[in-house]
Design a protein around this ligand. Sequence first.
Ligand code: ATP
Ligand code: MG
Length: 364
Amino acid sequence: MSMGAPANEVELRHVSKSFQSHPAVLDVSLSIGAGEFVTLLGPSGCGKTTILRMIAGFEAPDSGSVFLRGRDVNGLPPHRRDVCTVFQQYALFPHLTVFENVAFGLRRRKSGEAETAKRVRSALELVQLVGTEARRPAGLSGGEQQRVALARALVLEPKVLLLDEPLAALDLKLRRQMQSELKRLQRQIGIAFVFVTHDQEEALTMSDRVAILRAGRLLQIGTPEDLYDRPETRFVADFLGEANILPARILSRDDTAVRIGVAGSVLNLPHFPGAPSSGEFLLAVRPERIALRCEPGENLVPCRLQERTFHGEAVTYRVQTGDGTVVQVRNAEGENADVRIRSTDRLFIDLDSASPVVVRDDRN
Ligand SMILES: Nc1ncnc2c1ncn2[C@@H]1O[C@H](COP(=O)(O)OP(=O)(O)OP(=O)(O)O)[C@@H](O)[C@H]1O
Ligand SMILES: [Mg+2]
């Protein structure tokens, strides 16, 4: 542990892991502070569960190290790590009551009867299940079973709780409700959560920071706002929310401005971060940041409406520019704008005010 600075709750340094020479996790470095809610987000098979299993001690890295509170835990068995895991399939014991399910870990630790009863009670209070002690899992709803699984981990008072897609089995409404409950719980008890999901909205709404993984690699980690507003790669821009990825080219530049060609038009932009000095690059633009105008103007790209989709809270317009580029625009400016947009043949998109960001192409 370095002197002075408080140790991270969890730290992975250059961790790699292969199964039968197939790499599952590749050179991942990542740290999680005390009380932080960090989400691992990525498509199926990208290594999320493997990372959790290495933190918990069920799996050993081939190379690199896992540190818990500044201590290298290589070789330390799971039950000595002060880390608990809530698995996707809650793995409750069907023949045991709620009380006995929650008490299970304490009994293995030879906790006394009075102490066990007290701690089970406070864990059930945390997840708001007091009164269900005598019931069995089969008699509980999905959300209640989920909360028993949480209580079973929390009762051991871990420093870190690992949650592997804990809400995946719940229907949408219950899932949203459990998301805010989990978040409340995490704030209340103040321990670090490492949460796995492949639901991007869940990641954005719950986390202090999100780590985006792809094929075993950590692509980017940051606050939800960081990742959404400043994705570094095409994959991150696409994976988190929706993005228009527009090929662009530097035409010329001087001290104050850059001329770029994009979507068949020429735009004069002030210097922007990440712009190359010449050549081609990619811009990512969020559909809801683009304004759709009915009048021509400076730095506007002419286009035609191809398709309009009504979503209730918003309308998405699919427009096509002169060179055939298709751009999605999400516009919630009210009915009047919608009526005008639908009734005109000539439309213009404002990319300039849409905060486009330069992204690296990492499609392969
Ligand atoms: N015990 C194992 N033996 C062989 N291959 C494994 C093992 N565990 C994981 N893998 C492989 O390692 C890769 C990463 O798996 P992992 O379970 O970590 O992915 P994941 O991101 O959790 O995916 P999902 O979202 O589907 O749960 C996958 O290609 C998987 O097939
Ligand atoms: Mg998994």
